[in-house]
Design a protein around this ligand. Sequence first.
Ligand SMILES: Cc1ncc(COP(=O)(O)O)c(C=O)c1O
Length: 380
Amino acid sequence: MSNSRQSDTEKLKKENLYRCLRVLEKNEGTRAVFDGKEIILFCGNDYLGMSRHPRVLAAAHKAIDRYGVGAGSARLIAGSTEAHAALEKKIARFKKKESALVFGSGFLANLGILTAFAGKNDTIVMDKLCHASLIDGARLSGAGIRVFPHKNYKKCEEILAKDNSGRKLIVTENVFSMDGDRADLRELIRIKKKHRAFLVVDDAHGTGVFGKNGPGATERFSKDIDIIMGTLSKAIGGLGGFAAADRTLIDHLINFARPFIFATALPPVLCETAREGFRVIEEEPELVKRLWSNIRKVHGGLAGAGFRLENPESAILPVIIGEEKEAMKVFEKLLTRGVFVPAVRYPTVPKGRARLRITVSAAHTDADIDFLLKAVKGLL
Ligand SMILES: Cc1ncc(COP(=O)(O)O)c(C=O)c1O
C-alpha cells in the first residue's frame, strides 16, 4: 500500500482501474437518462424486471402501510415479524429445503454462512472465481483456504483427499457472476459425498433464472446441497440475502452468524415484495421464458456481429476485451451510442481479462435488443 489515500487512487488511475460513480437520472430499469441523453441499460441483475412488476409494487405499498419502512431492530431483539417468517417459509419451499433464514443482503449472507460453519481448524475449498463476499467470508472465518482453478474439480478432489483438518467446506457459485457459466453441481455432489465435505452453493445469479424444470438448477439437487445461498436483489428485484438448508443448520446460523445476530433485520416491506416476487415467478412462467428468449436473441445477434462468446448458460454474457484501457474505451464508445454496458475490470476479474458484462432481462423489449445489436456493430 502506498503512503497516502490520494496516491492510492492516483495509482489506480494510472492503471486504468479507477472507479467512479455515474448518476443515472430517470432510471426505469432498462432505460435511463445519462448526461441528458436517453440510454438503454444492459447491465443490471434484475433479470425478470421484478423491481417494477405491478404485483410487486402493489405488495410494497400494502406492506409500507402495515409495517412502515424499517424493522427497528435485529431479528433476535424485536425485529422479527410475520413478514420475515412468511418469506422464509416461501424460500424454503421454493428451494426445496426444510428451512430458510433471511439476511440484510447477499453479501452479509455469505459472510454469515462461512463464518458460522468454518473456523480455524477447518478448511474451505473454493473455486477461483468465487465472489468477493465468499472470499471475505472465508478469510473472516479463520479457516484454511484452498483455491482450485475455475471448475477444475480434479484439483478440488486432490485438495480434499490430502486434507485431514476438521470440517471441510466446498464453496462454489451456481452461476458465476462475471463469466455467466455454471458449476457442475452433480460432480461437486459426488466429490462432497466421497470426501464427507459440506457443500455451499451461492445461487445469487441462478435463483429465478431457471424455470421449474431448468437444467441443473439448485432446486434439482437441493437434497444434496447443504446450504443454498441466494439473494433477493437480482431476479427477485429488491434487496436481501438468504440461506436455505435443513432446520438444524438454520438454527446454527441463527445462533452463530454474526451478520444475522448483530445487524438490523431486513425491512418487512422488502420481505413482502420478495415473497410476491417468488409468487410471480411461480404463477407467471412466461417471464422466465421471455428472459431465455431474450438471452438467445442477444447472444445470436452478438455472435452474428462477430463477437466471440461462449454458449449462453445464464443471463450474463461476457465479452472478453483483455486490456483494462481498451475495455474502458469500448464502454465509453457504447455509451455515446446510447447503450450502457459496464466494463468490468480487476479486482472483479483477473488483470488483463477486462470485459463487457452484458446482462439480459425479461424486461428488455425487441426494440431494446435491436438497438443494442445496432450499437455494437463495428465496435471491436
Ligand atoms: C455471486 C454473488 N454472491 C453474492 C452477491 C452479493 O449479493 P447482494 O448484492 O445481494 O449483497 C453477489 C452480488 O453482487 C454475487 O454476484
